[in-house]
Design a binder for this molecule. Sequence first.
Ligand code: FES
Ligand code: FE2
Length: 346
Amino acid sequence: MTAKVISDVDADALAARGLPGLWYVVAKSVQLRAREVLGVRALGRQLALWRGEDGAPRCVEDFCPHRGAPLSRGVVIDGNVACRYHGVMLDGTGTIVRVPAMPDCPLEGRQAIIGYATAEANGAVFVYIPSADRPEPPPLDLPAEFTDPGWSGFLCSGLWNCNYQLAAENTADPMHGIYLHADSFTLAYGGREDLVRIDPADRGFLITRVAQTDQNFDWCHVVTEGSTNFIRLDIPYPMAGGPGGPFRVLGFMTPVDEHSTRIFFWRNRQVSGIAREAWRFLFRGFFEARHWEVLEQDREMLEAVPHTAREREMLYQHDAGVVRLRRIWRERARQILAAPTELTPS
Ligand code: FES
Ligand SMILES: [Fe+2]
């Protein structure tokens, strides 16, 4: 058997749509209310989410196999989703469990649509989007900050009208902090001129400013080899920032489609006891609005970058993280496309 030849163009096109074979954050836990169905879009797929009788999330294609009505307009009955149009009920595997309008309907028991594996952690709902080479969900690799009770965080989420790669590249670019966010509370410090270096790090790589540490957004850890991709970075806080040392950001980006991204950013500090309460109070009352201002600066800039910008970019040394990320995405897309069969988006 001859190996498939995958062009850079095809690999880059798949990477731009979003790489399957990973767990993605699709919603905040609070959005998925008991007995309600939530419609979300991820990697070009329409998904319907709800909670089963055990409270755990379920996820299927947002498509009723009877005549195509969106299941996200349905209701939850006995832990299953029931289509609003004629009442067909499906479970979280996408199997028709009941056709209430038709006694002994032969459709009952049929696996009719795609069911997706789900997980819930740290206030967020994750869905596994399978790829041809990784059809089964691997264990979800969560950041240590999610499981270590010494960390306390808040989840911020937003919709950015730009490709997810632009959002990830922005987070893997420590040199933009002192420019784009120079007027902010926490990112106004340090030199405006520097070099960056790249080093291997756990499940990915580290990009670091060479001439300064702990003054601004000076490093980030890009995790590309786990079962979910995310970026970790620290923002040093001035004394007025209260307890807890630097502000640890964990950024997850879910491609909605090629031109929009749902961002999920956890903002954490290492605090416990009374310091934890002080931090949570300060965040809600003071820092949260400032963090949204910084995120809005990112969003506005990225949404204004033309879709075709890559064709005319002139990169320089600071873009080492961007280049590395693109190489990783291309290689991963190549592996997926080379696998014997490909699952097509619904
Ligand atoms: S379209 Fe869903 S039950 Fe008919
Ligand atoms: Fe930024």
